[in-house]
Design a protein around this ligand. Sequence first.
Ligand SMILES: [Zn+2]
Length: 341
Amino acid sequence: MKTQIHCTLDLAGQGKLHGQLCVPYSYNLGGWANLLVPITVLARGQGPTVLVLAGNHGDEYPGQIAILKLLRELAPEQVRGRLILIPVLNPPAARAGTRLSPLDGRNMNRSFPGRADGSPTEMIADYLTRTLFPLADAVIDIHTGGRSVDFYPCAHMHLVEDREQRARMIAGTLAWTSDFAFLYADVAGSGLLPVEAERQGKTVITTEMGGGESIPRAVHALTQRGLRNVLTHLSVLEGTVVTRESLGLPPTRWVAALDRQDYRFAPESGVYENLLDLGAEVATGQAVGQIHFLERPDREPVPIEAPTAGVLLAARSPALVAQGDCVACIAHDVPPERLQR
Ligand SMILES: [Zn+2]
């Protein structure tokens, strides 16, 4: 089935073009309503096409702000090839400050490859899969931990099988110049945007730029500086690529959480206390946090322990936890040779 989404701009046009993806849907006071997703194209001559996305989850704002600033600041003369910028992939969720779309209750990042005849979130996923990804050489999807999880700000990626694609993704991930680069596992379902883009052979570059509701200046700065540097690295922006070395920083530390037990889940509902700062070194069996019980002052808090030594890469953001919530992610150093294997 053909997409029902109408794009108001010419994706093959030149210069700076602002438009919208019009996603048809109905609600009780709007039988012929459209959800409008802003899209900007900056194009000049020959060069790669890079698709830059944020707001896949509505409550993750650093990437949305970074793309909004970039699309206003850039002139077409600075571009070689084409940038397709979507600052807010899921506008109803971003307006509501939620992870899931309030229109259909769906998680955009579990909706790929999507459905042309599906709900609004599924239609947007299908449009990306069948219209925008095929145009792109590289796909950048900027996430944070949202309201639920706070990450040590990092670029992250899957260790894809294809070695040539993997090398492109490693180079792009390093161009973010974050302290950590993170190899992650899909412990919470399927249908992820990066997996579909990887399947199509794209250079996929993704991040977890912090989390929670209060975003420190440094996290915004890394998001904005990293995005520009990745685009320069990909040759779609003119300029000089910076490296950790040129910034006077130590090399990026590669870490991985590929085992289910690296992700710690709350065994009971309660109030969560983080016992360590993000980025802290953790010993085997060490408590990274503990759950308190407001209704049972006599009960000792339940510790959340690291199964093996590593570094605390992400932790629960809100204090209230429900049984089964992910409260911590413990990552482990990756020997450089493992990246090639
Ligand atoms: Zn996200």
